[in-house]
Design a protein around this ligand. Structure first.
Ligand code: BG6
Length: 513
């Protein structure tokens, strides 16, 4: 049955990472199989795993959605998506495609209709490939349907197994605030146990996010300086160049804080700030990340002083003129939905007291940049007082995008007779060190973890609740007090001036490098 296992052991071999624990043979059911997530992430990830021989054998996928597609049509659409998203391997495709089938049905309709067909479809796939009774359901569906789907899975007998396992994978947002998250959890828990529920945050599947833990806890050199005595502040930036694309309906209701901060940015904060867990496994790691958010929540954010909101107006998005948010298709022309935020958080614990964590994220910013930058304090005594120098404090930056790697900025003497100091960097890039041009997509690792029954990189219910506790006061305040100045930053800029002021007031500045 499902349960927490010790995490996979990753071994470096031939420049690649191979998972230590085998994945169980299983059937994956994709709810919302005709939607965007299935074609842009799920099917390409499965194909990548298949090509790397990491999928369990045997394995099959059953797509489930309302559209009247045949299995053949599902395969054609999958092929097109995979050709667009992955390195195409024609010889792998035929065998992979055999494993895909499709069942038409309404996920929130009466269980006796679509769900009876779904059950038959899962059983047929299992019988065709000789797969034991292990099934996971990936809900690539609007979160408002999760409770109903869990209930229907239980009523139709799909949620239980005598001799195999059942797992449920759900996509964010997990509720819209603390109250709704608690209610969602209550509904899910009527049919699934916590150890069967996998709440996906694709940031946790990114190599560099996991590497932050390896960097800190596998290299003894850094841990002694990882605290308030040496670290001045931490900056977490997730800047996107894209706008909201075709997601207006979702984004209008969600906004940047629920879409990005409640999950991705707070996960990054936890990875930077976490205390050493006893093991790299589901319980230890997740126990420690919850403690970090509890420390954040000791003092609620002072929204007036410590949180900035923004919305993009028309501008230049790098590749040409870009519409303002209010002109995007499907957006209310008077919309007050924020597309940018910058927030200053503090952690009330021994290690981090007094060290600010600045979080910033937005759409239509100057460029794509995702990084966690640890900025160290200046030297206590400047012995090179006579030296010419135009230098900045030491920074260690974990970079997730556009390229994954770690960069250390430090000060060095320029060659020559004078004592001239300048900033230099030491770079670690995945592509150079491991010959991996593009690390596997985050979803691939996370899907593999589901098949392995490893919940280490999935958010636990208590973490989700603490994350809502952090952001609820901000969202609530902003929803009750509409902004007077939207749009307040042009597309293609680094956000509103108030975000710069947030830092400047503390004598600091954002890294836009
Ligand atoms: C998603 C958000 O979770 O993350 C999107 O809903 C955002 O709005 C995306 O664009 C960013 O992910 P990544 O991996 O491109 O940084």
């Amino acid at each position: 049955m499902a349960g927490e296992r010790s995490a996979r052991v990753l071994q470096v071999s031939d420049g690649g990472l191979t998972p230590g624990a085998p994945a169980d043979p299983c059937v994956m059911v994709i709810f919302g199989a005709t939607g965007d997530l299935a074609s842009t992430e799920l099917l390409p990830s499965l194909f990548e795993l298949y090509c790397k021989r990491l999928l369990p054998e045997p394995f099959a996928v059953v797509g489930f959605a309302r559209r009247e597609w045949s299995s053949e049509h599902f395969r054609q659409v999958a092929r097109q998506a995979i050709e667009e998203e992955c390195a195409w391997e024609p010889e792998a495709w035929n065998d992979f495609a055999r494993r895909l089938s499709y069942v038409q049905g309404d996920a929130t309709g009466p269980p006796e209709e679509g769900y009876a067909d779904l059950k038959a479809g899962v059983e047929a796939a299992a019988a065709d490939f000789g797969i034991p009774d292990n099934v996971f359901f990936h809900l690539a569906m609007p979160p408002s349907t999760f409770g109903a789907i869990a209930q229907r899975l239980a009523e139709s007998g799909l949620a239980a197994s005598e001799d195999g396992w059942r797992r449920l994978v759900i996509e964010k947002p997990f509720g819209v605030d603390l109250a709704s998250a608690l209610e969602l959890d209550r509904q899910l828990r009527l049919s699934f146990r916590e150890d069967q529920i996998y709440r996906i945050d694709h940031f946790l599947g990114k190599e560099t996010v996991q590497n932050m833990l390896v960097f800190r806890f596998a290299n003894p050199a850094f841990e002694p300086i990882w605290n308030r005595n040496y670290i001045d502040h931490v900056q977490i930036t997730v800047a996107e160049q894209i706008g909201i694309g075709t997601r207006a309906a979702f984004y209008e209701k969600t906004g940047v804080v629920r879409d990005m901060v409640q999950n991705h940015l707070l996960q990054l904060l936890c990875m930077a700030a976490i205390e050493p867990p006893v093991n790299f496994d589901g319980s230890s790691l997740r126990d420690e990340t919850v403690k970090i958010l509890e420390a954040v929540n000791c003092k609620p954010v002072d929204v007036e002083r410590e949180a900035v909101r923004g919305q993009y107006g028309p501008g230049d998005a790098g590749s040409g003129p870009a519409l303002g948010y209010r002109e995007e298709e499907g957006v209310d022309p008077g919309s007050t939905t924020p597309t940018f935020t910058a927030i200053r958080l503090g952690l009330d614990n021994w290690r981090w007291a007094g060290v600010p964590f600045y979080l910033r994220t937005g759409k239509r910013l100057a460029r794509k940049l995702t990084e966690v930058a640890i900025q160290f304090k200046p030297t206590p005594h400047v012995m090179f007082a006579r030296a010419e120098s135009d230098t900045a404090p030491n920074v260690l930056a974990f970079q997730l995008q556009p390229e994954e790697g770690i960069v250390q900025r430090f000060i060095a003497k320029q060659p020559g007779p004078d004592l001239t100091l300048s900033d230099v960097t030491m770079d670690f890039r995945y592509a150079d060190a491991f010959g991996v041009e593009r690390p596997p997509r985050a979803y691939a690792w996370l899907l593999l973890d589901v098949m392995q029954g490893d919940q280490t990189l999935f958010a636990r219910a208590d973490w989700i609740n603490e994350a809502w506790r952090t952001v609820d006061p901000i969202v609530e305040r902003w929803e009750n007090e509409p902004p007077g100045d939207f749009p307040n930053y042009p597309a293609g800029s680094w956000g509103p001036a108030a975000a710069e002021d947030l830092m400047r007031r503390d004598g600091r500045a954002w890294r836009n490098g």
